[in-house]
Write a protein that binds this ligand. Structure first.
Ligand SMILES: Nc1nc2c(ncn2[C@@H]2O[C@H](COP(=O)(O)OP(=O)(O)O)[C@@H](O)[C@H]2O)c(=O)[nH]1
Ligand SMILES: [Mg+2]
Length: 255
């Protein structure tokens, strides 16, 4: 969303040069267009939040808890979810709303584990957006047996920026972060890392082959989000998947 941003309390503004919360940059190009740009973006966010409220009510009526799962492309969301469905089979009824720009590749990978899966391609009528917003999520809900579910996991489009800016009516946000992504990303993408309730640090099976400094990553994460639950995992070996499933089960039970 460019240099426009939204604070956790819902207020919005464009950055200015004497902004004192750590953001810096050359904002001169926005001097003329800034006011109308902010107005348009406020409209987009307020319309999104209105539909997110409708989704939230829909989840409440159905008695289903919803987790919005985000990450960069390739961090391991779908791999973790296939493991998750295997692990939690028979313990609760799970639905997956699979968000992708194009293809049913990931939705197909998630079939056959007993979960209800609905695919939303953002290239099909949503302009190929790099995130799911509340309207896109609502479009997929009609294809899920919500009232029969205990937990709905939304696999968002792979992107460390935009998905964090759109509430979709979820009860909790989580992210998968691969150890191949470097230690500094919490500092470079603070909106995402700040927004989440849990971070699965995935691909720990690769640690012996990398120079990834796990302690430095955890310190960077803690600097932007001191309260996120951190779960070290490998969707390849299954390490940590039980802990993740316990966290998910706790989310589902929180109704
Ligand atoms: N070594 C290793 N590879 C993984 C792990 N999790 C996922 N991958 C691989 O990473 C790639 C991207 O995984 P995917 O689940 O499609 O990521 P997504 O784009 O976030 O859904 C695939 O080749 C997976 O096999 C892991 O824990 N360890
Ligand atoms: Mg995926």
């Amino acid at each position: 969303m460019g240099r426009f941003h939204r604070h956790p309390d819902g207020t919005t503004h464009e950055y200015d040069d004497d902004h004192d919360d750590g953001h810096h940059g050359d904002h001169r190009g926005y001097a003329v267009t800034g006011t109308s740009r902010v107005a348009v973006l406020e409209d987009i966010f307020s319309e999104n939040d209105r539909v997110a409220d409708e989704n939230r009510k829909c989840f409440a009526d159905a008695g289903v808890r919803t987790v919005n799962l985000m990450s960069s492309p390739g961090a391991g969301k779908t791999s973790l979810l296939t493991r998750t469905l295997g692990e939690l089979a028979g313990t609760m009824r799970i639905g997956i709303l699979e968000g992708d720009i194009a293809t049913s590749i990931d939705a197909d990978r998630l079939e056959g584990f007993g979960a209800a899966v609905a695919l939303v391609n953002t290239s099909a009528g949503f302009g190929g957006e790099c995130h799911l917003d509340a309207v896109m999520v609502r479009s997929g809900l009609a294809r899920l047996p919500l009232a029969e579910l205990d937990l709905l996991v939304i696999e968002n489009v792979g992107n460390l920026v935009c998905p964090a800016e759109f509430n979709v009516g979820e009860h909790a946000k989580a992210m998968v972060y691969a150890v191949t992504e470097g230690e500094e990303k919490p500092l470079k993408y603070p909106v995402m890392f700040r927004a989440v309730d849990a971070v699965v640090v995935n691909k720990i099976d690769l640690l012996p082959h990398l120079d990834f400094d796990l302690d430095l990553f955890l310190a960077n994460l803690h600097a932007v989000n001191p309260t996120a639950r951190v779960i070290q995992a490998s969707a390849r070996t299954g390490a940590g998947v039980g802990e993740w499933c316990e966290w998910l089960t706790g989310q589902a039970a929180a109704l």
